[in-house]
Design a binder for this molecule. Structure first.
Ligand code: IDP
Ligand code: MG
Length: 152
């Protein structure tokens, strides 16, 4: 089953939006495989955003991610990575479509509420930063045939 790392970033936690944001992934039919509320350290944030090292926003985004607690999660499901990216919307709330998480809850160019892995490679790397294999749960979920059926 495909897995992706989703983080409700410090602004999402501080603005008490955890429930509303989390419900977007849940009601889509994805399966929660792991979750922890944690204050990400600056060094972990720098490893998380290592692909952006050297860019103008690198210091800002790593300070942002380590500024206050975040809810770090693994969501699973067929096509979970792209499904979550679509649910999140474009990078900045001011540009993201209404109906997406970023489009509905934010309009900042610095704070954007959620992180989601953008490829299988980045998902594997990012999940390994936050979770041990034992912390990622696999369990039957009763509505799966109803949610993911191809209707064939
Ligand atoms: P993504 O989160 O939509 O994948 P990326 O381009 O991977 O966007 O950038 C990672 C994060 O860095 C963004 O979510 C955002 O928090 C921050 N960021 C990206 N570009 C800028 C910028 O131009 N100014 C400020 N922050 C930025
Ligand atoms: Mg990205």
């Amino acid at each position: 089953m495909e897995k992706t790392l989703i983080i409700i970033k410090p602004d999402g936690v501080q603005r008490r939006l955890i429930g509303l944001i989390l419900s977007r992934f849940e009601r889509k039919g994805l399966q929660l495989a792991a979750a922890k509320l944690m204050h990400i350290s600056e060094s972990l944030a720098r490893r998380h955003y290592a692909v952006h090292e050297g860019k103008s926003f690198f210091d800002g985004v790593t300070k942002y991610l380590s500024s206050s607690p975040s809810l770090v999660m693994v969501w699973a499901g067929p096509g979970a990575i792209q499904i979550c990216r679509k649910l999140m919307g474009k990078t900045f709330g001011c540009e993201a479509e209404p109906g997406t998480i970023r489009g509905d809850f934010g309009c900042s160019r610095g704070y954007n509420l959620v992180h989601g892995s953008d490829s299988p490679e980045s998902a594997a790397y990012e999940i390994s930063l936050y979770f041990t294999p034992e912390e990622i749960l696999t369990y039957p979920i009763t509505d799966e045939p109803w949610v993911f059926s191809n209707n064939q």
